[in-house]
Design a binder for this molecule. Structure first.
Ligand code: ZN
Ligand code: ZN
Length: 196
């Protein structure tokens, strides 16, 4: 009697007698055949940052099209993306509404003020649905701006996980430190877009 075996490594079909098969198995055990690669589940941070990235695709301003999810006990409480208030024109259709800010050291930065930021929209969604976000973790594309930082502090957020850094995020970082909110950067790169 011959045994039909498909080899995992080559997908080749081989025929073995009982004795040859026994010898083949012993040899295989000695040579340790490569095992099937194990599926790697994403970590919680990777999981929620990828959800925030998917949500960001609904954003309507290409200056850092961003998404946010607010999470507690590994459960998603609220989400938001950068967009104009309901019924107002979108940057992608009518262009940005740029305002310049002169900082204490004389440097000037440009900001689009047409939109409600992703973090703000997530907080608003929680408020509209009556969901408490106190003690929650927020996942964002980049360091929240000063206004979002103030709102997140007052909302009682515990931790902020950023995929990367925002070019004027230093002030927010200092505010979070003062408010004892943990901030984690998955990447120290700074998000780049035109006319920063
Ligand atoms: Zn815009
Ligand atoms: Zn913001």
């Amino acid at each position: 009697m011959l045994w039909q075996i498909t080899l995992y490594s080559t997908q080749k079909i081989c025929y073995f007698s009982k004795n040859r098969l026994r010898m083949f198995i012993m040899k295989s055990k000695r040579n340790k055949l490569p095992s099937k690669p194990k599926f790697k589940r994403p970590s919680w941070d990777e999981y929620f940052l990828s959800v925030a990235e998917a949500i960001a695709q609904r954003g309507t301003c290409d200056r850092g099209r961003a998404g946010t999810v607010i999470v507690k006990d590994h459960q998603l409480l609220a989400a938001g993306y950068v967009a104009s208030p309901k019924g107002f024109p979108h940057c992608d259709d009518v262009g940005h509404q740029i305002k310049k800010i002169t900082h204490e050291d004389g440097t000037v930065t440009q900001h689009c003020v047409r939109t409600v930021h992703a973090e703000q929209n997530a907080i608003v969604q929680a408020a509209r649905n009556g969901v408490s976000i106190e003690g929650a973790t927020v996942y964002v594309k980049m360091t929240p701006c000063r206004v979002c930082a103030m709102l997140l502090i007052n909302a009682g957020i515990n931790k902020i996980v950023c995929a990367m850094k925002y070019h004027t995020g230093k002030e927010s970082e200092e505010m979070f430190k003062k408010a004892k909110i943990q901030v984690v950067f998955k990447n120290n790169e700074v998000e780049k877009y035109k006319k920063q």
